[in-house]
Design a protein around this ligand. Structure first.
Ligand code: GTP
Ligand code: MG
Length: 149
């Protein structure tokens, strides 16, 4: 089963979208395994985005992600990584379709309010990076038989 690391970025927290963003994943039918409000360090931000280290916007990206609290989430479900990317929409919010999180709620790539893992491998890597083992919960949602035949 796939796992995706989803994070409300500091602008999403400051603009009051935490509840709305959690709600969209809950309503879709994915399972929440971890959730916390967190102030990210520069070191963690650099590790999370290490694949982008050579990009000209990298220092700005690290400043942005550490500029205030983020909400860290681990979501589980068959196909959750690809589905979350669709729910989130394109990296540039002006290109993101209406109905997606970025398409509805944001206007600029440098303030695109949410992160979602881009592959199942990165989902596992990022959840291990942002959560301690004791912060992840195994549980059986009562709605499971009503989601999958
Ligand atoms: P994430 O889910 O946050 O990883 O976004 P993404 O997968 O849609 O995009 P990508 O991994 O390529 O870039 C990571 C993040 O870096 C983006 O979400 C933006 O916040 C930021 N970013 C990417 N490109 C630019 C850029 O050209 N300018 C600025 N300022 N930020 C950028
Ligand atoms: Mg990415």
């Amino acid at each position: 089963v796939d796992e995706s690391y989803i994070m409300v970025k500091p602008d999403g927290v400051q603009r009051g979208f935490v509840g709305e963003i959690i709600s969209r994943f809950e309503r879709k039918g994915f399972k929440l395994k971890g959730l916390k409000l967190f102030q990210c360090s520069k070191e963690l931000a650099e590790e999370h985005y290490k694949e982008l280290k050579a990009k000209p916007f990298f220092p700005k990206l690290v400043d942005y992600i550490t500029s205030g609290p983020v909400v860290c989430m681990a979501w589980e479900g068959v196909g959750v990584v690809a589905s979350a990317r669709k729910l989130i929409g394109s990296t540039d919010p002006l290109q993101a379709e209406p109905g997606t999180i970025r398409g509805d709620l944001a206007v600029q790539t440098g303030r695109n309010i949410i992160h979602g893992s881009d592959s199942p491998e990165n989902g596992k890597r990022e959840i291990a990076l942002w959560f301690n083992d004791g912060e992840l919960v195994e549980w059986n949602p009562a709605q499971a038989p009503w989601l999958r035949e």
